[in-house]
Ligand binder design. Structure first.
Ligand code: NCD
Length: 309
């Protein structure tokens, strides 16, 4: 029995507040050990497999770095589409196979629900590293960790989630995770890319004030945390629709004149064109600090699901 109720990490709304606190606290401890240059052997003898059916830089590498920092080993299929999946192997059979090679599985897959399907096929811990337009819970935990480092407290903050919030799994998970706190949301997107009704309804049902807007300027004015996302080209069936929306929300430095003085700018990355690079030296631009926070959070998750924390 691990310290978490489930050995899998599939959705951000699976966690109790106590579990979220435990993950954050464990990550803090790991970050301190990294800062002190300590070498850990917490996961010695264990093997992580990273199976990525969609592109990734940060999620895969930070999971792998996390496992190596904990003294464990890593095997990977970075382009899982070029694995036996290309020959028609089902996800189920791939998972049954890697079960024989590894102790913990990190999966990114284009299909909503794929991580659950993988978890149902094995007793090994499965961590969802993004299931298409579904959820990306480990990203949301590192986002929360980032907000706590930048602002000390989440309660009382207004968070604007913007861009392609229909298709970006990151903001679906983040909205649900932060519903555990006393926050306000602005969901800002072009009309065609609004937050799914199911998420809006669930956030409101948790007693959280939500303002929906089609306007980036409104989001900038109200936000303590402005969370940008890229327009997710690969989720569009119609390339013309993508073309018509791809430049809808672009953040330029001069647009930040109206922002609160302590604004934190976040983005799960990769960015395409939605944050102009002259924003990068804005003091609140936290997106590269945010990506670095993936390592301690993923160390915490790997150690907790394998009961080594
Ligand atoms: C996201 C991803 O790759 O799914 N980024 C990330 O995981 N850090 C965001 C995206 O693709 O837009």
């Amino acid at each position: 029995m691990t310290k978490l109720r489930s050995g899998d990490v599939l959705r951000s709304d699976q966690f109790t507040k106590e579990e979220i606190d435990l993950i954050i606290e464990t990550a803090r401890q790991y970050e301190a050990t990294l800062d002190a240059g300590e070498v850990l052997d917490t996961m010695r003898g264990l093997v992580l497999v990273t199976l990525f059916y969609e592109p990734s830089t940060r999620t895969r590498l930070s999971f792998e770095a996390a496992m190596l920092r904990l003294g464990g080993g890593v095997i990977t299929v970075a382009e899982a589409k070029s694995s036996s999946a290309a020959k028609g192997e089902s996800l189920h059979d791939t998972i049954k196979t890697v079960e024989g090679y590894a102790d913990v599985i990190v999966l990114r897959h284009p299909q909503i629900g794929a991580a659950k399907e993988a978890a149902d096929a094995t007793n090994l811990p499965v961590l969802n590293a993004g299931d298409g337009a579904g959820q990306h819970p480990t990203q949301s935990l590192l986002d929360l960790y980032t907000i706590l480092k930048e602002h000390e407290n989440v309660d009382g903050l207004t968070l604007a989630l913007t861009g392609d919030i229909k298709n970006a799994s990151t903001v679906h998970s983040l909205a649900l995770l932060l519903s555990n706190y006393d926050v306000e949301f602005v969901f800002a997107a072009p009309d065609a890319l609004r937050m799914p009704t199911e998420i809006v309804d669930r956030v409101r049902a948790a007693g959280i004030k939500v303002t929906e807007s089609t306007d980036l300027a409104t989001a900038i004015r109200k936000a303590d945390v402005l969370y940008m996302t890229r327009i997710q080209r690969e989720r569009f069936e119609d390339p013309d629709e993508y073309e018509s929306l791809k430049d809808a929300f672009i953040l330029r430095r001069e647009m930040l004149f109206d922002a609160k003085s302590n604004l934190t700018l976040m983005h799960p990355l990769p960015r395409v064109n939605e944050i102009v690079t002259d924003v990068d030296d804005y003091p609140g631009a936290a997106y590269f600090r945010q990506s670095a926070n993936g390592v301690p959070i993923r160390m915490a998750l790997l150690a907790l699901v394998t009961d080594r924390a």
